[in-house]
Design a protein around this ligand. Structure first.
Ligand code: 5GP
Length: 194
C-alpha cells in the first residue's frame, strides 16, 4: 500500500536492523486518515471471506482493527495483555512473548465475545516472529471459531512470523512488507497486489 510505504519512509525511524519505530502515526500518535485507508484496504482484501468478527491485541492493533471493522460492519474484539478487575468472565488465554518488550504476557479474551460460528480476521500492527498473531490464533481456535486470515499493517518479512503463519495454512495479508532494515534504511518487497 503506497500511502503507508510513503509514511514509513518519511516518518519511520530505523532503531536497529530489527526494529522500526513508527510512533508518529501508529504506535503512539495515530493518524486517523491513514487508519481509515488501512481499514478500507483490509476490508477490500477480505471481502469474500464472510468475516463476522475482527480480533486484535491491545494497544496498537486497535486503531487499524477498528477502521477495518467499520468498513466491514462487524465487531472488533481486542485481547487484553493484563488481568483486569473488570475482566472476570470465563476467559480464553494464550501465552505471548513480546518482541519489543522482551517479556511474556498472558493474553485473554472473554469467551462470550467469540462464538464457534465466527469467521475471524486477526489484525495487528506489526508482524515480526509471529508470537502475537500465533497467540491470537490459539485463542480463536480455543473458542471453536475459524481463523479466515491475518491482516498486518507492517510485516518485517526478514523475520520468521509470515513463514510460521503460512505453514499453518493461514492467509496473511500485509499492507507494507519490509525486506530489510539494514544500514538504517527501509527496503520494501515489491508487492504485486498493488
Ligand atoms: P511478533 O509477536 O510477531 O514477534 O511481534 C509483533 C508485535 O511486536 C507487534 O504487536 C508489535 O507490537 C511489536 N513489534 C514487533 N516488531 C516491531 C517493530 O519493529 N516496531 C514496533 N514498533 N513494534 C514491533
Amino acid at each position: 500500500m503506497r500511502l503507508l510505504e510513503e509514511k514509513i519512509i518519511s516518518e519511520g525511524r530505523v532503531l536497529s536492523d530489527q526494529v522500526l519505530k513508527v510512533d508518529s502515526f501508529l504506535n503512539h500518535q495515530i493518524d486517523p486518515s491513514l487508519m481509515n485507508e488501512i481499514g478500507k484496504e483490509f476490508a477490500a482484501r477480505f471481502v469474500n471471506e464472510g468475516i463476522t468478527k475482527i480480533v486484535t491485541i491491545e494497544s496498537s492493533g486497535i486503531a487499524p482493527a477498528i477502521m477495518a471493522g467499520l468498513y466491514m460492519n462487524i465487531p472488533v474484539v481486542f485481547a487484553r495483555k493484563r488481568k483486569s478487575l473488570t475482566l472476570t468472565d470465563d476467559l480464553l488465554t494464550a501465552s505471548v512473548h513480546s518482541f519489543t518488550k522482551n517479556e511474556t504476557n498472558e493474553i485473554s479474551i472473554a469467551k462470550k465475545y467469540l462464538d464457534s460460528n465466527d469467521r475471524v480476521l486477526i489484525i495487528d500492527d506489526f508482524l515480526a516472529n509471529g508470537q502475537a498473531a500465533l497467540g491470537l490464533v490459539e485463542i480463536v481456535q480455543q473458542s471453536g471459531a475459524q481463523v479466515m486470515g491475518i491482516g498486518i499493517v507492517i510485516e518485517k518479512s526478514f523475520q520468521k512470523g509470515t513463514e510460521k503463519l503460512k505453514e499453518l495454512g493461514l492467509r496473511v495479508e500485509s499492507l507494507a512488507r519490509i525486506a530489510s532494515l539494514t544500514n538504517g534504511e527501509v527496503q520494501f518487497i515489491n508487492d504485486k497486489v498493488e
